[in-house]
Design a protein around this ligand. Sequence first.
Ligand SMILES: CC(C)(COP(=O)(O)OP(=O)(O)OC[C@H]1O[C@@H](n2cnc3c(N)ncnc32)[C@H](O)[C@@H]1OP(=O)(O)O)[C@@H](O)C(=O)NCCC(=O)NCCS
Length: 345
Amino acid sequence: MEYEINEFDPQKATDEFWEIYFEFTETNFRYHNPDDPLPNREVVIQRQKTEIPYYHVKRWLAITPENKVIAWAGFGAGVEGSSDYEENKHLCNMNIAVLADYVRKGIGTDLLKRVVQEAQILGKTTMEVSTDTDPGRAFLEHFGAQLAIEAAENRLDLEDIDWDLMQSWVDESSKRAEEVTIESFYECPEEILEEYSELYTEALNMQPLGDTEHRANIDGKLRRELEQVLKDRGFTNYTLISREKDGKISGLTEILYDSRESYKILQELTGVRPEFRGRGLGKWLKGKMILHIRDNYPDVEVIITGNAEANSPMNSINERMGFKKHKAAGSYKVLTEDITKRLEI
Ligand SMILES: CC(C)(COP(=O)(O)OP(=O)(O)OC[C@H]1O[C@@H](n2cnc3c(N)ncnc32)[C@H](O)[C@@H]1OP(=O)(O)O)[C@@H](O)C(=O)NCCC(=O)NCCS
């Protein structure tokens, strides 16, 4: 099989290039997600071009002599300067996709070599990768990667929602925790920036993380930078927080929305501080958020979220809302040294 592996820089890509790129990504997307609408092209280009601060990214494409893209690989790793660098400086991420008609020909392995060489150059000793396909799991296990946590993409069709139940969650919880108020924001207000960033970090790290090694540490400065990245990618980020009588923030939930892909909302992080649990705050926040979605985004048909299988409290709330498992996903990790030996590079 004849093909070349070339590095791909979205900042320099021409219109002709994007054509062959989309032929690949859309064929691949249809194969793995036959029931979903294709991603909006303008959105894809914008997100590919958005640079993430303190994050080094490399991308490669495998291209045939007929100028057909048949596979893709991506590599990402934190670089010095951000608050979460220290605890994650040994880590990197990767992703590889080969078109269904071209699998089991060694193309994935060839791309993996590029990715691993990049990890070696940067001194990243552990590679983390997620996959939602069985061939992906088999490929990673072949190279010695180990399952670090089992997760799933869960989805909720808006037409399946029991709106009376959602309203009752809001009504009952607000009575039960009378002294608590719910506030909302798109951009974190300056006066709670540090406190909120601390809670956000805590909520990310409190989730069941299995044997994964990445840990959050988002300070106010990084928070502002991440807010800008979401804006640059075209997302609206809406957050609800619960506040205790003494002003302390006890919980949060947030969503992402892009009007160019208005059929869906991404339900992102939800968390309640341990000392404030057991008072219905999680149900209140999630119930209030879903009513907000109904009232503000009339085109939304589905809410998409991701959860660790071991996250019983979150999965219990989600199941009662009507979320159903859409796709299983496994997070794997492997030592760069071990994979280097197996690849004989
Ligand atoms: C995973 C993927 C990238 C593999 O690409 P590929 O080009 O087929 O991989 P290779 O041909 O280099 O396979 C290397 C080895 O991995 C293992 N492997 C790959 N696919 C497998 C499968 N479907 N079943 C069992 N073993 C498999 C085999 O041991 C294989 O060697 P062999 O063919 O000599 O037995 C491809 O299947 C894919 O794009 N999957 C969807 C995306 C994905 O899940 N990516 C996440 C992984 S980073």
